[in-house]
Design a protein around this ligand. Structure first.
Ligand SMILES: Nc1ncnc2c1ncn2[C@@H]1O[C@H](COP(=O)(O)OP(=O)(O)O)[C@@H](O)[C@H]1O
Ligand SMILES: [Mg+2]
Length: 364
């Protein structure tokens, strides 16, 4: 019989990492060995004339494609970065798109999100991301993103200190064609890497002293966002980008953001455990919604249990207690002010770990 779990895993995989997982040592060899094992299970020859023949055929073809992608990602040194697309895949000959007499040269597919594909693009001499929605039904979410980003970072605004935590909106328009899909163009934070990648590289978590600066940057960014009456609504590992050398950070994906006291309209299903109860109860999102999710990111980074919010014992008790406050079910019991929280966290760190010191963080 055709193993249903393996078949499902292959057919639902959105990147080679979903099937081949974390690998070490001679990576090409490791992939080949895993591939050989799984290929045996789904090989069409073993299922000829059975009711599973078609599924086996489909799974086998997909598996072969995933292996090719794994190999090319290993060669490009991007294996393990789930959101980075395998080189050669989805690349196009550069296409020129002119919108309101502005010229965009769109080329490689760089990232895939929940709602959109993000392509490399050149506009007015700068490199940017060309984010095309996958389904017209989600045009409104991208429109929301463009509106929120423009509110936070108006095109005419001087670059302020706090703009470093977001990416600048470049343009937003509907791509005319068979369908009318929305495109958002934003500056590309090329040197930044999402926390989701940190978690792929370190599935058991990282030293809490490395996680603390990442968490602090989220708070600093959120302070600015909340001061502008915006709730991000999806503070999740793929949406927090960090710079491993200068310890900067950026928040991305404003599709789910709300202004004022709106409700969050959609979630990222893969990160269900990061969301607080008010999101599922369809109650208004507040600053404390983002702070809850930021604390869940800290739990994940420190190698804790995201579902229960439990930390490993290596994290000092006072720090665990600190995060518990943000992880309470009732939004009214949680802290609401990101900058205040940042300040009290700094004081707590001074008392528990001592003076601040730069710690190099290695992300291969
Ligand atoms: N401005 C950016 N610079 C660098 N990487 C980005 C940027 N925006 C998004 N990404 C990467 O692309 C992924 C998908 O983008 P996202 O905006 O979340 O799309 P979606 O709305 O479809 O989920 C992100 O998780 C992140 O890794
Ligand atoms: Mg996203």
């Amino acid at each position: 019989v055709l193993d249903p779990i393996i078949t499902k895993k292959i057919l639902e995989a959105s990147c080679p990492e979903d099937v081949f997982g974390t690998i070490a040592g001679d990576k090409l060899e490791a992939i080949r060995a895993i591939y050989r094992q799984i290929a045996k299970v789904v090989h069409p020859d073993s299922h000829q004339g059975t009711p599973h023949a078609k599924a086996a055929q489909e799974a086998f073809m997909k598996l072969t494609q995933l292996k090719t992608d794994a190999d090319s990602k290993i060669k490009a040194n991007t294996y393990g970065k789930r959101s980075v697309v395998a080189p050669g895949k989805g690349s196009l000959d550069p296409i020129e798109v002119t919108v309101r007499s502005r010229k965009f040269i769109v080329s490689d597919l760089l990232y895939k999100g929940d709602l959109a594909d993000l392509y490399r693009c050149q506009v007015g001499g700068q490199e940017a991301l060309f984010k095309i929605v996958n389904e017209v039904a989600n045009n409104d979410l991208l429109e929301n993103e463009a509106r929120v980003l423009t509110h936070l970072y108006p095109p005419s605004a001087k670059d302020e200190k706090f703009h470093r935590y977001i990416t600048k909106p470049v343009d937003s328009f509907i791509l005319k064609g068979k369908t009318h899909r929305r495109v958002n163009v934003v500056t590309w934070a090329k040197e930044f890497r999402p926390l989701s990648e940190v978690l792929t590289v370190y599935p058991n978590g990282i030293d809490f002293r490395d996680a603390v600066w990442m968490y602090k940057r989220i708070l600093a960014g959120l302070g600015f966002v909340h001061a502008n009456e915006v709730v991000h609504g999806a503070i999740l590992p793929p949406h927090v980008l960090i710079h491993t050398v200068n310890h900067g950070a950026k928040l991305v994906d404003w599709c789910y953001a709300v202004k004022g006291d709106g409700r969050i309209r959609a979630i990222s299903p893969a990160f269900r455990d990061f969301y607080p109860p008010e999101v599922f109860d369809k109650k208004p999102a507040t600053a404390s919604t983002d702070l809850y999710m930021a604390a869940k990111c800290a739990v994940a980074l420190m190698g804790g249990d995201v579902k229960t919010g439990a930390f490993p014992s290596t994290v000092p008790a006072p720090i665990q207690t600190f995060f518990k406050a943000s992880l309470q079910s009732a939004p009214s019991k949680r802290p609401t002010h990101a900058w205040d929280l940042h300040e009290s966290f700094d004081e707590l760190l001074k008392r528990t770990v001592g003076k601040r010191a730069y710690r190099p963080f290695d992300l291969p």
